[in-house]
Every structure is written in structure tokens, then in C-alpha cells.
Design a protein around this ligand. Structure first.
Ligand code: FES
Length: 171
């Protein structure tokens, strides 16, 4: 038996112990340096994006945009009446990431069903209920874009939920 094995007393020699310790330190360091999860990102880290003038959005309006960057398609909807998380004079304006939380296919709004529906495996998300999945393969709601009205403009200022395929919303 080597001196190292004698010193540790448990079959692991000193060199192995030092190697394990270094690996654990590296793993901890990597964790500390990684980007924070989306939930931990403060609202201040999101850009402010003007999307449309409030006066231009009739009930039933649908508008595509990208947020928080050009690789993140979203849709803004003016629904028939007040809904959870809605903004505007009648709290009817909402916006969502268009990337399905199942496998990332782009959802489309079906006004006749009042649902955002994924064409790949038919998951349906309710825009009047914070993007909650109603039926389908997905297991999470669609990320909802946080909106505000500022000087007559509807602006995106954050995201509630993680965009499909990302470990953090701000890349
Ligand atoms: S990718 Fe949307 S349901 Fe599968």
C-alpha cells in the first residue's frame, strides 16, 4: 500500500482526494458564474420595447413582434374584454411568446376558438388565462409578456415564464 493510501485510511489516496476537491470547486465556480434562471432575472434586465399605439388596436387585433430579441417571436392580442394580466382601458390586451412550450413550434391564434394553438401536436393555450395550457402535449403555460401602457403606447417590459429552448430569457 502506498503512503497516500495509508494517510487517507479509506482506500482513497491523497491525490484522488485532491482531484475530487478540485473538481467540486470547479463545479461550484461554474454554477456561481452561470446566468441566473429566468425567474431570478429582475425586470430591470429586460428591454423596453414599444409595440403599438393603443389607439391603433381595435378589439380582435392581432400583432406579431419579437421580444426580448429578434429570435423570440411573440403575439399581441386585444381580446373581447377584461382578462388576467391584461392592460389597456378594458384590461383586454395581452401578449405571449409564440414558441410552444412542448417542442418550440410557433403557435397561432385561432379567433374562432379564442385559443393559441400549436400546429405540431395541437397543444392549446388560453390567452385569457395567462397562457395556461388547456389541452395537449405541453406541460407549461406559454410565457406571458409583461406589458404596460406609457404615453399611449403599449410596451413590452418583461416576461413571465421561460421562452422555449432557453436557459434564460435574456441571452
Ligand atoms: S410542439 Fe407544440 S404541441 Fe408539440
Amino acid at each position: 500500500m502506498s503512503d497516500d493510501k495509508k494517510n487517507s485510511g479509506d482506500g482513497i489516496n491523497r491525490r484522488e482526494l485532491l482531484s475530487l476537491g478540485a473538481a467540486a470547486g470547479l463545479a461550484a465556480g461554474a454554477g456561481a458564474g452561470a446566468s441566473p434562471p429566468a425567474a431570478a432575472q429582475s425586470a430591470a434586465s429586460f428591454p423596453t420595447l414599444p409595440i403599438a399605439a393603443l389607439g391603433d388596436l381595435e378589439p380582435g387585433a392581432e400583432l406579431s413582434f419579437e421580444y426580448p430579441d429578434e429570435n423570440a417571436p411573440c403575439v399581441l392580442l386585444r381580446l373581447d374584454g377584461p382578462v388576467e394580466g391584461g392592460v389597456g382601458p378594458d384590461q383586454s390586451i395581452v401578449a405571449y411568446s409564440m414558441l410552444c412550450t412542448h417542442k418550440g413550434c410557433p403557435v397561432a391564434y385561432h379567433a374562432d376558438q379564442k385559443m393559441l394553438i400549436c400546429p405540431c401536436h395541437w397543444s392549446s393555450f388560453d390567452p385569457a388565462k395567462r397562457g395556461r395550457m388547456i389541452i395537449g402535449q405541453a406541460s407549461q403555460s406559454l410565457p406571458q409578456i409583461t406589458l404596460r401602457v406609457e404615453a399611449g403606447m403599449i410596451e413590452a417590459v418583461g416576461i413571465d415564464g421561460l421562452i422555449y429552448g432557453r436557459h434564460t430569457n435574456i441571452l
